[in-house]
Design a protein around this ligand. Structure first.
Ligand SMILES: Nc1nc2c(ncn2[C@@H]2O[C@H](COP(=O)(O)OP(=O)(O)OP(=O)(O)O)[C@@H](O)[C@H]2O)c(=O)[nH]1
Ligand SMILES: [Mg+2]
Length: 267
């Protein structure tokens, strides 16, 4: 029913890593997508919040968001990781990738299939002459959770979280240009030209509260976490743009049609 252009924000990443919790705290308050405290997968498949959420930035500019929460990757239960990641990437205009701790090679390999998605898009000739339009892929933010390492390089100089992401993406000298690692890094750089990284500390210290964060009041969260959350919100609003396909803005019903056609292609 939404006629206006909408920004579509999707979150993906490891299962049981606080994806639903962070989406709620960013946009929906204490109530929102279900957050689970046990070991079994909480979010199944893909959930779209049933209202658009209007968020105003510091200048009062309002953006309408459609929020998408997804099932976590690497669940010991059913596994639809690459289909979910593909669908979330194609539907969103802003993509949040959630992982716990440092960026490592195993997590980066999660993106190796993105090059296959690129080939698929090229073969479907979504862009002119099979060229992939820039805005097919969303703005990207890598969210590091429970991050407690010092952000300093080997020569001791400080770096931002985004510089850390670039460092993790830079290929080392002994990697050949055709190696899997190099391909992932190249594809990553080509697809996500607008990319950032934000590190968040543990929201609380107490283990019991950590298991039931959905019930924890904002005042009981660590001040550093609250500050980092505000910075994250500011960053998202600064980068969020309405979803476009081939220069056309997509409305609410357009998102549904897109979801349908992507699902058919994936099937
Ligand atoms: N250590 C830690 N725990 C968190 C954090 N955020 C949420 N949690 C806890 O992690 C558990 C899972 O939170 P969810 O938001 O349901 O995680 P999820 O990634 O959506 O889980 P799935 O939907 O099952 O993939 C809950 O017990 C939360 O209280 C965090 O930043 N750090
Ligand atoms: Mg969840």
């Amino acid at each position: 029913q939404v006629d206006a252009p909408v920004a579509v924000l999707a979150i993906c990443g490891a299962h049981r890593s606080g994806k639903s919790f962070i989406l709620n705290r960013l946009f929906l308050g204490k109530k929102g997508f279900p957050v689970g405290s046990g070991v079994s997968t909480c979010t199944k498949g893909m959930w779209i919040w049933n209202k658009t959420v209007i968020v105003k930035d510091a200048n009062g500019t309002a953006t309408k968001f459609v929020l998408i929460d997804t099932e976590g990757f690497g669940s010991p239960e059913e596994n639809h990781d690459s289909s979910l990641l593909t669908l979330a990437l194609l539907l969103s205009s802003y993509f949040v990738y959630n992982s716990v701790g440092a960026i490592d090679e195993i997590t980066l390999r999660q993106f190796s299939f993105v090059s296959d998605v690129l080939d698929l898009i090229a073969s479907q000739k979504i862009g002119h002459d099979g060229e992939i339009p820039f805005n097919v892929f969303p703005s990207f933010i890598w969210l590091l959770r429970d991050f407690s390492l010092e952000l300093v390089s080997s020569d001791g100089s400080r770096m931002s979280a985004s510089e850390y992401l670039e460092y993790a993406l830079s290929a080392s000298a002994d990697e050949g240009p055709q190696s899997v690692k190099s391909t992932i890094r190249k594809t990553f750089s080509e697809c996500f030209r607008e990319r950032d990284c934000v590190a968040l500390v543990r929201p609380v210290v107490d283990e019991k509260k950590l298991q039931h964060l959905a019930e924890v009041e904002e005042d009981d969260l660590r001040p550093q976490f609250v500050d980092e959350l505000s910075e994250l919100r500011r960053m998202i609003l600064g980068r969020a743009r309405a979803k476009q396909i081939n220069e056309m803005f997509v409305s609410g019903s357009g998102i549904l049609s897109l979801a349908n056609s992507f699902l058919q292609s994936l099937s």
